[in-house]
Design a protein around this ligand. Structure first.
Ligand code: NAD
Ligand code: UGA
Length: 434
């Protein structure tokens, strides 16, 4: 099948490479000339484990192409995916659909023959109806179907999530479109991946409900962690104790500095807006959003308190800046709140992140960037772990302790054990553990 993907970002590029690997012929179109030039030169513009090899293999096999010119790519396509960004709209937090609608107009002007237009971007309920209306308005003669096919991949594990998903959700009532989507995802059906065929609106809402539920689950365990600290209990053991109940499940019960990233923060806000507009506000999500944003300030205060309530003139070493490990994505990373708050309190910040520093340099002011974890902690008054990169999980603790001015570690991801840290002579603070 010939597949065209509009938008070669985290989702478009991964989906494109994976569809090509399934055997389809894929063209990724992006209006960012720099990004396409790099891709054409064999460079991957984002950090995503395994993506460089997957792209290279499929380019070499003649199944994956990159272009800034949508003309030919859309004319030839059996399916065109819209995978452009849907950021929060300034002011009301609703999803900004400008890019989605612009892509729909572009597709309408160019498509030939029966074409399935698929929204893979995360879009509010009713967006598919509007995409359909735009195409009909622009090309009353066009033969097409608009399908919702939300993407559930996580950054850092994107290829595995795409190729071995828990499920695929396809929203359409059109039989021709169903058949084409079935052909597209056929390699997954052979692996018995469940496919949920549903209406377009239900599919659109399913994506938001999934992200909001996960955001709520994380926020729940974060609040339980605070309670654990107050009453002398251990959140990791509580998480295990409840997570072994299959109705709850063990995943997404790691307490930490609050969820971040390009999706949970914006998608919870957009769902809140949809729900309020529909006269059916979701109070659990409203509370989740409020608790999560307050949490980032709370984490900064936790760090200040670990330094006896005063960080003026002190140097704080930060390990990890990205919103999670194995990505270079800094969008809505907790570090973007924690670092400026520490600076406002008078601290000097030195930071190291394996992949995020290039992006972080544009987003954080007055931070000294280090060349590695040991360089980062040298002479600092305390070290804070914000992101649980593997390389921070097995630090040479004696070396860290010797390098620090005072042996204080605030581990916001609970990657070390309190007893061991104490035995090593650290003043060790973590989240929700005695
Ligand atoms: P991104 O910002 O990384 O990429 C979007 C790309 O679209 C950019 O490269 C931009 O230049 C391009 N673009 C915009 N308008 C265009 C047009 N008219 N023609 C060609 N290119 C155009 O975004 P992303 O993180 O890949 O997210 C895309 C969508 O997928 C969002 O709705 C997001 O919520 C959703 N999503 C993201 C993830 C994730 O992990 N990042 C996972 C699931 C779903
Ligand atoms: C998330 C969802 O997991 C994907 O299913 C979804 O497709 C994607 O959003 C999206 O719609 O874009 P992602 O943002 O890449 O994926 O990363 P997650 O692994 O979900 O982590 C999100 C945030 O929650 C991170 O800041 C992470 O540190 C935090 N988190 C996650 C916790 O604090 N505790 C946990 O137990 C799990």
């Amino acid at each position: 099948m010939r597949v065209t993907i509009i938008g070669a970002g985290y989702v478009g590029l991964v989906s494109g490479a994976c569809f090509a690997d399934f055997g389809h012929t894929v063209t990724c179109v992006d209006k960012d000339e720099g990004k396409i030039a790099r891709l054409q030169n064999g460079e991957i513009p984002i950090f995503e484990p395994g993506l460089d090899d997957l792209v290279k293999d499929n380019v070499d096999q003649g199944r994956l192409f990159f272009t800034t010119d949508p003309n030919q790519a859309i004319r030839d396509a059996d399916a065109v995916f819209i995978a452009v960004g849907t950021p929060s709209r300034r002011g009301d937090g609703h999803a900004d659909l400008t890019y989605v609608y612009a892509a729909a107009e572009e597709i309408a002007g160019l498509m030939q023959g029966y074409t399935v237009v698929v929204t893979k971007s995360t879009v509010p309920v009713g967006t598919g109806d509007e995409v359909e209306a735009i195409i009909k308005r622009t090309r009353p003669d066009a033969d097409f179907s608009v399908v919702s096919n939300p993407e559930f991949l996580r950054e850092g594990a994107a290829i595995n999530d795409f190729k071995r998903p828990d499920r695929v959700v396809v929203g359409t009532d059109d039989e021709r479109a169903k058949a084409r989507m079935t052909d597209l995802y056929r390699p997954l059906f052979l692996n018995e991946t469940p496919i949920v065929f549903t209406s377009r609106r239900t599919s659109e809402l399913t994506k938001y409900a999934a992200n909001a539920f996960l955001a709520m689950k994380i926020t729940f365990i974060n609040e339980i962690a605070d309670l654990c600290e107050a009453v002398g209990a251990n959140v990791q053991e509580v998480a295990k104790g409840i997570g072994l109940d299959n109705r709850i499940g063990r995943k997404f019960l790691n307490a930490g500095p609050g969820y971040g990233g390009s999706c949970f923060p914006k998608d919870t806000l957009a769902l809140m807006k949809t729900a309020r507009d529909a006269g059916a506000p979701i109070e659990l999500i409203e509370t989740t959003v409020r608790v999560n944003s307050a949490r980032k300030q709370k984490m900064a205060q936790k760090i200040v308190e670990a330094l006896d309530g005063n960080v003026t003139g002190k140097t704080i070493a930060i390990l990890g800046l990205t919103f999670k490990p194995n990505t270079d994505d800094m969008r809505d990373a907790p570090a973007l709140d924690i670092v400026p708050t520490l600076q406002d309190e008078g601290a000097k910040v030195r930071a190291f992140d394996p992949e995020g520093m290039k992006e972080a340099k544009h987003m954080l002011k007055d931070v000294t960037f280090a060349s590695g974890p040991y360089d980062c902690v040298q002479g600092a008054d305390a070290v804070v772990i914000i992101t649980e990169w593997d390389q921070f999980r097995a630090l040479d603790l004696d070396r860290v302790k010797d390098a620090l001015k005072s042996p204080i570690m605030i581990d916001l991801r609970n990657i070390y054990r309190p007893q061991e840290m104490e035995a090593k002579g650290f003043k060790y603070f973590s989240v929700g553990r005695p």
